[in-house]
Design a protein around this ligand. Structure first.
Ligand code: FE2
Ligand code: FE2
Length: 171
């Protein structure tokens, strides 16, 4: 095997984190859909798909090294949220957790002089900067547009536009 047992475990843990992110966003999308936030629903369905592509990147990387990825069981996500703002706050927290995990892997790769994993992780480091920024930007909209029905409707429209702009990598 071309990577250490420790690195393999960290990457497999990352598969589980991405799977859980995908599942969480799917649950968020579903809640938004039944609550009447169609723009936010579309946005989070797309986020869920995006997280699945992250998961696949790690699975393919492990398999290519002959390390064999472990496909994890996923815990049930929350099925309801107090508000759209609360939901976005949860999404940001999840992304911060993922960022921490990725940074820890980078440190392991550096310590072990595992240059291939270090290079592989670079994409994820950059991606997490975008992921956190996009949820911070959405949260800022609640201050800018308000938390009353009209404000939330504007935020939902903003998310609808973001969801229908596939060429744009993120927010
Ligand atoms: Fe991700
Ligand atoms: Fe993410």
């Amino acid at each position: 095997m071309k990577i250490s047992i420790k690195m393999k475990k960290a990457l497999n843990d990352q598969v589980a984190l991405e799977a859980s992110a995908s599942n969480n966003y799917l649950a968020m999308a579903s809640w938004c859909e039944v609550t009447g936030y169609q723009g936010a629903a579309n946005y989070f369905y797309a986020q869920s798909d995006e997280e699945r592509t992250h998961l696949l990147k790690v699975v393919h990387y492990l398999n290519a090294l002959g390390a064999v990825a472990t496909i994890p069981a996923i815990k049930s996500p929350a099925s309801s949220y107090k508000s759209l703002e609360g939901l976005i706050k949860t999404a940001l927290k999840n992304e911060q957790t993922v960022t921490t995990a990725i940074h820890k892997m980078v440190e392991i790769a550096q310590k072990e002089k595992d240059h291939s994993t270090y290079a592989f992780l670079e994409w994820f480091v950059n991606e997490q900067v975008q992921e956190e920024t996009k949820f911070e930007t959405i949260l800022q909209k609640f201050d800018l547009l308000g938390r009353d029905k009209l404000g939330i409707n504007e935020i939902d429209k903003f998310l609808a536009v973001k969801a229908s702009a596939p060429s744009e990598p993120t927010v």
